[in-house]
Design a binder for this molecule. Sequence first.
Ligand SMILES: Nc1ncnc2c1ncn2[C@@H]1O[C@H](COP(=O)(O)OP(=O)(O)O)[C@@H](O)[C@H]1O
Ligand SMILES: [Mg+2]
Length: 253
Amino acid sequence: MNSSAIKTSNLTKQFGDVTAVNDLNLEIPQGEIFAFLGPNGAGKTTATKLLTGLLRPTRGSAVICGYDIQKEPLKAKQLLGLVSDQPFLYQYLSGYEYMNFVGDLYQVPADEQKEKIPQLLEMFELKDWSEDLIDSYSHGMKQKLIMAGILLHKPQVIFLDEPLVGLDPKSARLVKDIFLKLSERKVTIFMCTHVLEIAEKVAHRVGIIQKGRLIALESVSELKNRVHSGNNLEDVFLELTGGTEYASLLKFL
Ligand SMILES: Nc1ncnc2c1ncn2[C@@H]1O[C@H](COP(=O)(O)OP(=O)(O)O)[C@@H](O)[C@H]1O
Ligand SMILES: [Mg+2]
């Protein structure tokens, strides 16, 4: 029995001359909250798509709970949930209909759907809009609906690409609390985020990717120890990724 939730070996994706993900080797145990950080264009979204089977790697492999995402895609996908950076939803379903659709897709029994869907919609404060078409939802509401759908089918591994963009502070707190609760139940969370504060508060480990390469992989406190000048994750992140190189250009303003 393999206890890793996510394991990649030399996972690589090239788009023409650009190597978006370059020999990524990651092993994430069950129940870990893992924050994947990196500047724009670093390769986070591409890595997430490789891990969830939305893109085929140029070389290397990704294994989810023991199932290779390319070789056994259905088994692997049954165990994962994805909140992508661009929420795709059927615009002409209502929120409630979408939840039923997800429940049916993942074979959640009808009585369980009937009990849980209203609870989940209430938790995300979507109940009052559950009969409205998704077309009328805001970005944040769409993201919350996708998360509610994921919680209905109880995946082992949840991937989230910039999940907190568009969420109000209360919803962002709810999502953080959900992560902690799920982690207690050995659900693994793989979250790409620009919101360093959230990574710092909830993540067990942080991976930093730059130009497709993993340049750091450790706990938040280890990262801080390693980069002495930094006393918060933002300083450490900027130091590692050379994020303040623009300083000399400010004079042109
Ligand atoms: N479909 C694509 N075709 C060509 N290049 C792509 C494609 N998707 C991503 N890239 C390139 O791969 C690199 C990584 O992008 P991405 O994974 O979206 O980064 P991030 O999510 O960290 O901002 C960028 O240079 C981007 O331009
Ligand atoms: Mg991205």
